[in-house]
Design a protein around this ligand. Structure first.
Ligand code: ADP
Ligand code: MG
Length: 694
């Protein structure tokens, strides 16, 4: 194996403790790290552009003669310098300037200036450019390479960072980095070293637009190597998983019998997609190492039923299942469903919440410890240390994207404390893009429920300004009185302050019940105690409440098919995936359903764009991809602090097109150069692979 050594950054000239600390903020600890700190964009200072060829948005150098210079008075004085070359005229505009500077711009003097082209009052302008006048001892030099612009941090100037990187590149020519890809497997036949040099010091004729679109061969070369490292690490993780011990469930005939009995009670049959995913799960459960399967299915695709089948599979062999939901409300809903489904099969379902106290709690804990309780439903309270399982074989996690990092860790701790690792089935309505699946969800196999149960009518979504609130109230009135339907009204607040949000919901409920005489208005929010919450939900389910005012606590899972209209206040404050989830509370039966996004004008252009996406698509996969592009994976998947999302060159949002190529390359490396695998992982992931475990 090729050794990959790391050289401390302090070996470079000019890097003492202080600079080293600043570099650490950029995750740069070694000379190698510095070399992999690639430019985020480039400027072209290699040539003079004739004024007639300037285009808005470009950074350019011009060489011109001064015509005039004048200070324009305003809220803030500005210095405008008219210049011309053989091809045309332009303005240089300065916001900060001295008297002396003003006077130095004499008619007839020549200068070189570099800056960004904008469109101004008098035509094209360079905004606050760098410049050198003809008499300066050094004219503004033209450079041999495109100028790299790096991400930097407080106290570290662009120029200082650039100088350090130049030093590192000189070091690199003497200490080349080992090439880890076999010859013939290097994308675009570029070595790592060549690719790095090209990107730090691109020759003048390299295309900036190609570079900025991340499509230059040198970038692709590095992106692919990085994704390859992730792919190899993923294989390693999966392999490690196969060495763990889980309860195997070999008797599938017995399982099938119980499952068939269960399915025959239902008023419908499974969709083909549900059946396919159930088969995949049952297959996994026969193994003696833990299943790690992620089931992705859009809102309403019937994930709960798939979970139920998996649970029955384990119960049929005498094991216990834990079914974990992110909110109490959803956990209660699941308890209700599972009790209804499993009680006729004489399967004991237990309920464990943080709020369960005293005797009732002890009774439940005993039933879990002695093994009578087969299915244990609850929030993460079911993984507290006090909860001792008899033979926990399977954990089902619903709406996994809603769990925080802490909760994931406590789950892992519970798993590690057991004699046998539980199988894990993870369900989510927010589809995880493949690039992300390679990193944050590296150890999971995935199944997709890509079909909705028959007879669903798509939800119609409209965006309406708050000024038309009266029309909405009329609409609610009609839906309830004429069509005998039920309605949700969702209150959202910025900065999810729980208290304020609940207050807003209370106020809204009060107001609406005054405005909508004759309608029964109910209220649920996160600060109500669980009995009150449950009572309200039951009443809504039974049709005793017409209009349910709620906070986003109803985002996941709540299932009332007769509800056909949802109003979401201030939708611009929520992420797209979250809005899609919320909206999924309607459209659950065969009746036509509507979602009204009630916004405060004026909407920013981005907010408009976002609401449009929602109006145009009912497909959670498309919406999640767009959400990802707009907000980034950290926000969408709540993974901000895990570090699992950081890649050096590749992008989780943009580089999915390389995945198939990367997979082939991974096969090739495993077969022809397996010894390189560890070195690649170390180079690109460093210590990060530990995150994959959680
Ligand atoms: P989600 O995937 O959003 O968790 P649920 O499991 O809550 O969806 O299912 C949504 C609704 O669809 C429930 O009322 C459920 O009973 C119903 N359902 C599930 N599978 C089917 C099916 N194959 N045919 C008809 N209805 C189904
Ligand atoms: Mg669900």
């Amino acid at each position: 194996m090729l050794a990959i050594e790391n050289h401390n950054i302090t070996q470079l000239k000019g890097v003492g403790d202080k600079v080293a600390q600043r570099l650490q903020k950029l995750n740069i600890y070694t000379i190698e790290d510095l070399i992999f700190h690639l430019p985020k964009r480039y400027q072209d200072r290699t040539r003079i552009t004739p004024i007639a060829h300037l285009t808005v948005g470009q950074h350019v150098s011009i060489e011109a003669t001064i015509i005039s210079a004048s200070v324009i008075q305003g809220r803030r004085p500005m210095l405008c310098v008219q210049v011309q070359d053989d091809s045309g005229q332009a303005t240089l505009r300065f916001f900060h300037f001295s008297m002396q500077q003003h006077q130095s711009f004499q008619r007839g003097r020549r200068l070189r200036a570099f800056g960004e082209v904008r469109y101004g009052h008098q035509g094209l302008e360079l905004i606050h450019p760098e410049y050198h006048l003809d008499t300066d001892t050094q004219p503004l030099p033209l450079e041999a390479y495109l100028t790299p612009i790096y991400a930097t941090t407080d106290g570290l100037k662009q120029l200082s960072l650039r100088k350090l990187i130049e030093q590192a590149l000189t070091w690199l020519t003497i200490n080349p980095l080992p090439e880890l890809l076999p010859k013939g497997a290097q994308p675009h036949a570029l070595s790592l070293q060549e690719a790095l040099m090209l990107l730090h010091q691109p020759p003048a004729d390299m295309s900036i637009s190609l570079l900025e679109a991340r499509r230059h061969p040198a970038q692709q070369r590095l992106i692919i190597e990085e994704l390859l490292a992730h792919s190899l690490s993923l294989r390693k993780l999966k392999q490690k998983n196969t060495q763990q011990q889980a309860y195997p469930m070999p008797d599938q005939a017995q399982a099938q019998q119980l499952i068939d009995t269960f399915l025959s009670q239902l008023p419908f049959s499974m969709t083909q997609a549900q059946q396919r995913v159930c088969t995949e799960i049952q297959q996994d459960l026969t193994q003696s190492y833990p299943m790690m399967r992620l089931v992705q299915g859009d809102v309403g695709s019937g994930k709960t039923l798939v979970g139920a089948v998996a649970a029955l599979c384990a119960i049929s062999q005498g094991y216990q299942i834990a079914f974990l939901a992110p909110t109490e409300l959803l956990a209660e809903q699941h308890l209700f469903n599972f009790s209804k489904w499993f009680t006729p099969l004489e399967i004991e379902v237990a309920w464990l919440s943080g709020k369960l106290k005293g005797k009732a709690r002890q009774h439940t804990l005993d039933a879990i410890a002695q093994g009578q309780a087969k299915l244990i439903v609850g929030t993460h309270a079911i993984f507290q240390e006090a909860v001792i399982y008899h033979n926990l074989a399977l954990i089902i996690i619903d709406e996994q994207h809603r769990f925080g990092v802490q909760q994931r860790l406590s789950l892992k701790k519970k798993g590690d404390s057991l004699a046998y690792q539980p199988h894990q089935l993870i369900m989510t309505a927010t589809p995880i893009p493949r690039t992300l699946a390679m990193t944050a969800y590296a150890n999971l196999d995935t199944s997709v429920i890509d079909e909705l149960p028959p007879g669903r009518t798509p939800i119609t979504t409209v965006a309406i300004p708050e000024t038309r609130r009266d029309a909405i109230l009329q609409r609610i009135q009609n839906a309830v009185s004429q069509d005998k339907r039920q309605v949700y009204w969702v209150c959202t607040l910025i900065e999810t302050s729980d208290v304020l949000e609940c207050q807003a919901a209370e106020d809204t409920a009060m107001m609406l019940s005054e405005q909508l005489q004759g309608l029964t208005v109910g209220l649920v929010h996160g600060r109500m105690n669980s009995q009150d919450k449950q009572r309200t939900m039951d009443q809504f389910k039974q049709g005793k409440i017409d209009l349910l005012v709620a906070t986003t606590v109803i985002e996941v899972g709540v299932d009332v098919p007769n509800a056909s209209l949802m109003i979401i206040e201030n939708p611009e404050r929520l992420g797209l995936a979250q809005l899609h989830q919320l909206r999924g509370r309607v459209g659950r039966g065969s009746i036509e359903s509507h979602c009204v996004l009630l916004y405060k004008s004026p909407l920013s252009q981005q907010a408009q764009q976002r609401l449009n996406i929602l109006r145009e698509s009912n497909d959670g996969f498309i919406i999640a991809q767009r959400d990802l592009e707009l907000r980034g994976p950290g926000e969408v998947f709540g993974l901000k602090q895990t570090g699992a999302l950081e890649m050096r060159v590749a992008s989780l949002t943009h580089d999915h097109l390389y995945i198939d190529q990367v997979k082939q390359l991974a096969d090739y490396v495993c077969q022809h150069a397996p010894e390189q695998s560890a070195a690649l992982i170390k180079r690109w992931l460093g210590m990060k692979h530990i995150y994959h475990q959680s």
